[in-house]
Design a protein around this ligand. Structure first.
Ligand SMILES: [Cu+2]
Length: 172
């Protein structure tokens, strides 16, 4: 009977967990600077943050800064995405005592064949709103992949250089 009681408790806990809504999902098709499709990112609202999944190919091998930028546009070029999501105008950098900004993320690492697959988790944004800035706000948001790794300290983008991938984040 002891086992049965434990099983019942576990089931009750599952039933009490917040139900995630399909409305709190977003995704971005990522393109290279020549407009070719190189992969996808998805964004799922969880009870405490946003779980992001990235699957791309065609990158130079090695580390790449990847950030959430404030405007949902990759045209006429990736500068259209403007700077990071950063309404509080704080400093960039996961290592920075005056940061991080809301668009900061750990680096993405591409393998020798140029492919990269990773999950990230951030508590500094939301998908549709709440305590943290929404990815799906009025002017949208974009995910940008940079040429070089982000040192997580240097202003304004950790020395991560040019923008080599861009995806407009849209509702799923
Ligand atoms: Cu960036």
């Amino acid at each position: 009977m002891k086992f049965a009681a434990i099983a019942f408790t576990a089931m009750a806990a599952i039933a009490a967990a917040p139900v995630s809504s399909a409305a709190d999902m977003a995704a971005a098709d990522i393109i290279s600077t020549d407009g070719a499709a190189i992969g996808k990112a998805t964004f799922e609202q969880t009870p405490t943050g946003v779980l992001m999944s990235v699957d791309v190919s065609g990158l130079p091998p090695g580390g790449h800064g990847i950030h959430l930028h404030a405007v949902g546009s990759c045209t006429p070029n990736f500068k259209a995405a403007t700077g990071h999501i950063n309404p509080g105008k704080v400093k960039h950098g996961l290592r920075n005592p005056e940061g991080p900004d809301n668009g900061d993320l750990p680096n993405l690492y591409a393998a020798a064949d140029g492919s990269a697959r990773a999950e990230f988790f951030t508590t500094l944004v939301s998908v549709t709103g709440g305590d943290m800035p929404a990815l799906l706000d009025e002017d949208g948001s974009a995910v940008i992949i940079h040429e070089n790794p982000d040192d997580h300290m240097t202003q304004p983008i950790g020395g991560s250089g040019g923008r080599i991938g861009c995806g407009v984040i849209g509702k799923v």
